[in-house]
Design a protein around this ligand. Structure first.
Ligand code: 0A1
Ligand code: ZN
Length: 880
């Protein structure tokens, strides 16, 4: 933990590295209490730099020896300031030998080299390599690594690192060694090692060019019954990258290792991906449909990084979205192609829109708002955000929309042709796209440099005489920290027009046919688009497929929305119409709940929901999406002064009303969407389960007796985790008489499955009756462990983020608990603490009484003397 004043780093201050590293030989003598790292690097002065000193970074290292060109350096020959070691006046070519000691078993940050369940793992992105050895730890220094691992053979029979295994053997004295060589130059953040007692599922896989690759999924003993899906997803990813982008696996061996203690989802280390167990381990007994989906997406994501991230990497960390936005876009497309149907693709797109609205739009409107390519940061680990990842993916998607699929593919080819083996910038990516696609993307650059969610207001006018329909679009973007004024964005707005019969009209613009969906390119603050030959007043379907990450402000009437909800050929906008219908009502109900007025819900809305629910021509997965209400968090984002209790009451009222008034339909669909037979996580079966379980949730929200009995029966008889946990949730959230017994049985049955116990904690944490004392009670449960990120998040983060009623309890107990836990976690793991800290981002939007208490809690954390840069940056910005 640092206690010095945090320094802000600026993108504009980038300078090239003074020295480049050509080769690195690392020797590890691994022991939990004392690991010795020997590092021998050959370095050469960088012709692009005027600097003449060597700069190395190191943290929490005991320096044992430092030699330059064979000679030991004396203390006066170099300087150490904080984490920077400088050797002045160094010659053109240098061989540095450095010996250091670190203590993996005491490393609770899970950054650098650490132990988990007694095994060794590393995590080096973004700046973890400097906790392993002194090194120019920045992504634009790329080197060829050779790694020698030595460890006790009994305790650590498996020794892995990047690339190819070139030698292994015994050392006598119970120890053994393995030597690994990675033929590709890579930045230090992609280094990895694993020394562990593990087992693997392996397979030889034929690549398109005829080569064979060895694929391995490594897990702790007892988990080999949960690796099939990850292996299958890996094979699908390899095939898909070959087929869709012409990109091949460049190694003979590709390994995935699952670890229980991990800060994020997974990490794309070259040839040796390290994963949170949550994104590897699955079988029907322990994993839900969502878990299976997550595994496919994350396995794909890390694999795709091999090209977008590893072969072409980032020049500096401000360019993070270069690899992350692009790789999220690629994993989204992969998941969509794996489903294969148009409607399946749309359902995936709806999920993406939900994530943006629920997490990214609030980030873009809060104190941590930053551009997709940030201009500054205090702690880079705070910038692995939904903006860099998900908004970054939207920006890439818009490039594809503007260039077309073919143009975009050419752009990707040109990007690799130009930059393979280099560390580059978001501008380099944009230039490759512009050059290959023959498009000017100059103005488009603002998506990278300006933060905030643009608002596009639409006005329409139908000219009956001239048979024209005019859509005028006005764009604006609210101020964000450091950016009071914004310039207009280049926004692709996909539009279709529906006739009274519900069909798409044929579109003509400027005398040219434009199909049934056309992309309007909005580049000015205000711009009009005229459709010709329009026979009748149409209903506009604007922003089809969510063609840009914006807020569309259009004054739709209920009649228009009902028309779109019944007929729009664009599934995303069809869903969107339903969300707008629901949101209008939820906002009204929230206002009424706030003044204790009686609550009512109109028949029109319920009938529209009922119609979709019963429409057997629609995919069950789509129907589930259409029936799912906006979350409490999404409602809060629409309200100026937020009272979480009113929102909760309003939404619960609506849920119970749906359950009671659509009872017959819900019961019928519950029965119709049963998935008897063997469990399969495919999209159609998963969609049926999702719809069935939403029916159950509505019925139980209404305290329907039959619904409650069905939930109990489903819990007792479920043949898979999706149905079991959905039934348990229904019982718990409805406070059914059997809920406590069911919770206990669930625990007893799955106590040896940590990922299932995470679900058990999470469900209780988010239950509106779980107050702070109850959370504290759960923290005393023997299965609770603050040091395990998955466990800490399942209880603490879920309580703070997914239980608004109790977290925002008027007595401030939720906030006091938050402050206490942020401080406790910060002493162990700043990255996990900092994410928890961000649950207070939107504190200025709550009622004055709540705000005052939130501010106190924030100040309490900010006032701590010992605080990581991670948490200090987040609370500092929140209070600024
Ligand atoms: N690059 C990984 C995410 C990642 C980032 C940081 C980590 O530790 C601080 C770990 C993983 C990805 O995008 O999957
Ligand atoms: Zn990534």
């Amino acid at each position: 933990m640092r206690t010095d004043t945090p320094q802000t780093v600026y993108r504009k201050d980038y300078t090239p590295p003074s020295y480049l590293v050509e080769t690195v030989e690392l020797g590890f003598d691994l022991a939990p209490a004392r690991t010795i790292v020997a590092n021998r690097m050959t370095m050469r002065r960088n012709p692009d730099s005027a600097q003449r000193e060597i700069e190395l970074y190191g943290e929490n290292l005991e320096l044992v020896a430092l030699r330059m060109n064979g000679k030991p350096l004396a203390e006066g020959d170099y300087r150490i300031e904080g984490s920077l070691l400088t050797i002045p006046d160094t010659p053109e070519e240098v061989t540095l030998e450095i010996e250091t000691i670190c203590v993996p078993e005491q490393n609770t940050t899970l950054n650098g080299l650490y132990t988990s369940n007694g095994n060794f793992y590393t995590q080096c992105e973004a700046e973890g390599f400097r906790a392993i050895t002194w090194f120019p730890d920045r992504p634009d220094v790329m080197a060829v690594f050779t790694v020698m691992l030595r460890a006790d053979k009994e305790n650590y029979p498996v020794l892995l690192s990047n690339g190819n295994l070139v030698e292994e053997g015994d050392l006598g004295d119970g120890r053994h060694y393995a030597k690994w060589e990675d033929p590709f130059k890579k930045p230090s953040y992609l280094f990895a090692l694993v020394a562990a007692r593990l087992v693997c599922q392996e397979e030889t896989f034929s690549l398109k060019d005829g080569r064979d690759a060895l694929l391995q999924v490594w897990v702790e003993d007892g988990n080999l019954d949960k690796t099939d899906y990850a292996m299958q997803s890996l094979k699908n990813s390899i095939r898909w990258d070959e087929e869709r982008w012409g990109l091949e696996l460049d190694l003979d061996r590709f390994m995935i290792v699952a670890v229980s203690d991990f800060n994020m989802g997974a990490m794309e280390n070259k040839g040796l991906n390290i994963f949170n167990t949550k994104f590897v381990l699955a079988n029907p007994r322990v994993a839900t449909d969502i878990d299976f989906q997550g595994i496919e997406a994350v396995v794909g994501h890390e694999y795709f990084h091999n090209w977008t991230g590893n072969r072409v990497t980032c020049r500096d960390w401000f360019q993070l979205s270069l690899k992350e936005g692009l790789t999220v876009f690629r994993d989204q497309e992969f998941s969509a192609d794996m489903i294969g149907t148009e409607s399946g693709r749309a359902v995936g797109r709806i999920d993406q829109v939900r994530t943006l609205r629920q997490a990214q739009f609030p980030e873009d409107a809060g104190p941590m708002a930053h551009p997709v390519r940030p201009d500054s940061f205090v702690e880079i680990n705070n910038f692995y955000t939904v903006t860099v990842y998900e908004k970054g993916a939207e920006v890439v998607r818009m490039v594809q929309t503007l260039l077309g699929r073919e143009g975009f593919r050419k752009g990707m080819d040109l990007y690799f042709e130009r930059h393979d083996g280099q560390a580059v910038t978001c501008d380099d990516f944009r230039r490759a796209m512009a050059d290959a696609g023959g498009r000017d993307l100059t103005q488009f650059e603002r998506w990278y440099s300006q933060a905030g969610t643009p608002v596009v207001r639409a006005e329409t006018r139908y000219d009956e005489r001239g048979k024209t329909y005019t859509i005028t679009l006005f764009q604006s973007c609210p101020p964000t920290p450091g950016q009071p004024n914004k310039l207009p964005f280049h926004i692709p707005v996909a539009v279709g027009l529906l006739g009274a019969d519900g069909r798409d009209m044929a579109l003509r613009i400027g005398g040219k046919d434009a199909g049934t969906t056309t992309v309007l390119e909005l580049t000015q603050a205000e711009q009009s688009f005229v459709f010709e030959n329009i026979a009748e007043q149409p209903t506009p379907s604007i922003l089809r497929d969510f063609s840009a990450p914006i807020v569309l402000d259009f004054n739709y009437g209920d009649a228009d929305l009902l028309h779109l909800f019944s007929h729009d050929s664009d599934a995303v906008n069809r869903w969107e119409a339903g969300q707008r219908l629901a949101m209008g009502r939820l906002l009204r109900l929230t206002g009424e709940a706030g003044i204790d007025a009686p609550l009512n819900l109109d028949d029109t809305f319920l009938m529209a929901l009922g119609k979709i629910l019963n429409d057997e021509t629609l995919d069950p997965a789509f129907r589930e999406q259409a029936l799912l209400l906006p979350s409490e968090g999404m409602i809060a984002e629409q309200i100026e002064v937020v009272n979480p209790m009113s929102i909760h009451l309003a939404r619960q009222f609506m849920r119970a009303n749906i359950g009671a008034r659509l009872r017959a339909e819900l019961l019928a669909q519950y029965a119709a969407n049963a998935t008897p037979g063997e469990y399969s996580p495919d999209a159609l079966s998963a969609g049926k389960r999702a719809l069935k379980n939403l029916c159950l949730a509505y019925l139980t929200a209404a305290q329907d007796e039959e619904g409650l009995a069905l939930a109990q029966r489903q819990f007792d008889e479920a043949g898979n985790m999706t149905d079991r946990v959905a039934a348990l949730g229904a019982l718990v959230h409805a406070r059914a008489p059997g809920a406590d017994a069911a919770l206990q049985r669930f625990y007893d049955d799955f106590q040896d499955e940590p990922l299932v116990i995470d679900k058990w904690f999470a469900m209780q944490a988010s239950n509106a009756t779980t107050d702070v004392p109850a959370v504290r009670g759960l923290m005393r449960h023997p299965a609770f462990n603050l040091r395990n990120p998955n466990r800490a998040r399942s209880l603490i983060s879920n309580f703070c983020a997914a239980n608004p009623v109790q977290f925002h309890a008027p007595d401030g107990s939720g906030y006091a608990f938050w402050a206490e836990q942020v401080i406790a976690l910060d002493a162990l793991n700043p990255q996990v603490a900092s994410r928890l800290a961000r649950t207070m981002d939107r504190w200025r939007r709550y009622t004055p009484e709540l705000q005052e208490q939130m501010k106190k809690a924030l100040q309490q954390v900010a006032g701590q003397q010992r605080l990581s840069n991670d948490v200090r940056e987040v609370v500092g910005k929140a209070l600024a």
